[in-house]
Design a binder for this molecule. Structure first.
Ligand code: ATP
Length: 366
């Protein structure tokens, strides 16, 4: 059942078009993540959901009610901010319960509820401390506790983990997942970190320039990016993208550039989202893990040769930076591969995992 519905949701700040007509339905209990680069409109969208920013155009409904003009305390949403927004002069417990007696969040029996939430978050021993006596991770737990206590219909989280160190961020990520699995509260989460987006989201909406580029479950986004922007934004190391000429050979599409020619196998069974006409030029995309270095004897297909520039041991893989027809191409090779800079290697591409984008950046082949 749809819980949140955004129809052509738009926000302009004077001439700045921060959010440019977003259409999205978030299901009851879903964990939806907005991800995108700085300035793409993530926070503004979330603030419109919270009622902290007015809506220029479009409609926002929560639970079937249009709430465009409802103030924040009439929306039954609770927001967790990047900077935690705790009152410095109040204890953790006071911060959590502050304002709980007003508006929608009139919950009786605070003490029991606080104890329960504190237990869930592992902060029982910290309830009497002031924010300055807490670590970043502990403050974040208190901020989450404050939101949990309100038992809202919808959680809104704006980069809640970005002030934590890398290790704590991963731990808190897992805790958030567990919390969501237990509570199943509809959640909208904003981050610029694609790993966070992929690990947390039931679905991930990739935002660019105030618009949704694609919204899909994480694996689908990774395997079938509908635009070149999504292809390059999702995945570390990023997908290789090479400008190519495209030729229709009749039985197959052939992509070519200096030192490189490849017939794309029939895409039957794969997904071609746009189905649009393929022009004579475009961008070929392949992820580093879908390219392999083949040794001389094992080659059977016509070799694509590249020169090795640099190798980077990642521990579980060797990242090999090559030059292919003047362009850079990264290959995620077996760890401990005997590959040296300056060497010429033969490459093989995983035929099932090739992508082609037209000159407008839309996928025309997977
Ligand atoms: P970040 O990850 O850096 O926080 P974001 O994706 O959350 O970025 P927003 O904060 O939503 O981006 O901003 C979107 C655009 O709107 C930006 O160009 C920003 O400069 C602009 N903007 C945001 N708030 C205001 C404001 N109050 N007045 C004018 N412009 C604003």
């Amino acid at each position: 059942m749809t819980h949140l519905r955004l129809d052509s949701l738009t926000k302009h700040f004077g001439d700045v078009k921060a959010v440019n007509g977003i259409d999205l339905a978030v299901d009851d209990g879903e964990f939806l993540v907005f991800v995108g680069p700085s300035g793409c409109g993530k926070s503004t969208t979330l603030r419109m959901l919270a009622g902290l920013e007015s809506i220029t155009d479009g409609t926002l409904s929560i639970g079937g009610t249009v709430v465009n003009d409802h103030p924040p305390d009439e929306r039954d949403v609770a927001m967790v901010f990047q900077n935690y927004a705790l009152y410095p002069h109040m204890t953790a417990a006071e911060n959590m319960t502050f304002g709980l007696d007003s508006g929608l969040f009139d919950r009786s029996n605070h003490d029991e509820a606080v104890a329960e939430v504190a237990e869930t978050l592992g902060i029982t021993d910290l309830l009497d401390r002031k924010p300055k006596e807490l670590s970043g991770g502990e403050r974040q737990r208190v901020a989450i506790g404050r939101a949990l206590l309100r038992e809202p219909e919808v959680f809104l989280l704006d980069e809640p983990l970005s002030n934590l160190d890398a290790k704590l961020r991963v731990e808190m990520r897992t805790e958030l997942l567990e919390l969501h699995r237990t509570l199943r509260t509809t959640t909208v989460y904003v981050t610029h970190d694609q790993t966070e987006a992929m690990t947390l989201g039931d679905r991930v909406a990739v935002l660019n320039d105030g618009r949704i580029e694609q919204v899909d479950p994480p694996q689908r986004l990774y395997d079938y990016p509908e635009t070149r922007f999504v292809a390059e934004f999702i995945g570390t190391p990023a997908m290789n993208v090479l400008p190519v000429e495209i030729r229709d050979r009749g039985d197959a599409l052939v992509v070519e550039r200096e030192g490189f020619e490849l017939a794309l196998p029939d895409a039957d069974g794969n997904d071609v989202p746009t189905g649009g006409a393929v022009g004579s030029s475009g961008t070929f995309g392949v992820r580093p893990e879908d390219v392999s270095i083949v040794s001389g004897r094992a080659r059977d297909a016509p070799a694509i040769e590249a020169e090795v520039n640099v190798t980077e041991p990642l521990g579980d893989a060797l990242l090999v930076h090559c030059t292919l027809g003047g362009a850079e191409l990264k290959v995620k090779a077996e760890p401990r591969s005997a590959v040296e800079p300056g060497e010429t290697v033969a490459l093989a591409f995983d035929e099932e995992r090739l992508h082609l984008f037209d000159d407008d950046g839309n996928a025309v082949y997977h």
